[in-house]
Design a protein around this ligand. Structure first.
Ligand code: F6P
Length: 195
């Protein structure tokens, strides 16, 4: 069975500031994770010459992949983080204070809530379909470096979690989720490389 490794990008400068969305670079900590990830993947996929690295088109995932040599890299726009529309770049506190109705609406139905001029979780799930088809078709291991909401959706697909749980699944930073698809179903391991 071939593994699929899922990970968020290393901590970004916006993660540190609590800002959602955006396209910032990595923090110093995020940069350390990028190096640790590269060591881990090189050991884990040593003999897997056909493996590939998939990132989003956002800097923080591309930079997280930057130390990984020897594997082809593919950028997918479909792996970009959920787009928060008019709220892009805000903190949750700012949304709560300046747009309380939006904040409440999202709290009530996080799965279906669509940010004004942005996306909902259901939108993200839909745009991931081509990625999932391609992942299923691959024979070789794939490392997917993406974002919290997108990985909630991808993980839920492979782990067969119900739709309503998707927006609440824990996908911590600096942790690799390894999924193995075998005849007897799906197996999962988590490797926390740092805090
Ligand atoms: O805070 C990091 C982040 O990836 C944001 O860019 C994104 O809007 C958010 O997480 C998604 O998580 P949630 O749906 O819980 O707000």
């Amino acid at each position: 069975p071939r593994p699929i490794l899922l990970t968020r990008h290393g901590e970004s400068k916006d993660n540190v500031r609590g800002r959602i969305g955006g396209d910032t670079v990595l923090s110093d900590k995020g940069e350390i994770y990028a190096k640790k990830l590269s060591n881990f993947v090189e050991k884990r996929l040593k003999s897997e010459r056909a493996a590939s690295i998939w990132t989003s088109t956002l800097q923080r995932t591309i930079l997280t992949a930057s130390h990984l040599g020897g594997f082809p890299k593919i950028q997918w726009r479909a792996l970009d983080e959920i787009y928060a529309g008019v709220c892009d770049g805000m903190t949750y506190e700012e949304i709560k204070k300046n747009m309380p109705e939006e904040y409440e609406a999202r709290k009530k139905d996080k799965l279906r809530y669509r940010y004004p001029r942005g996306e909902s979780y259901l939108d993200v799930i839909q745009r991931l379909e081509p990625v999932i088809i391609e992942l299923e078709r691959q024979r070789a291991p794939v490392v997917v470096i993406s974002h919290q909401a997108v990985l909630r959706a991808l993980y839920s697909y492979f782990a067969d979690r119900p739709l309503k749980e998707v927006p609440h699944i824990e996908i911590p930073l600096h942790t690799i989720i390894e999924i193995q698809m075998g005849v007897s179903g799906v197996q999962e391991k988590r490797y926390k490389l740092m805090d």
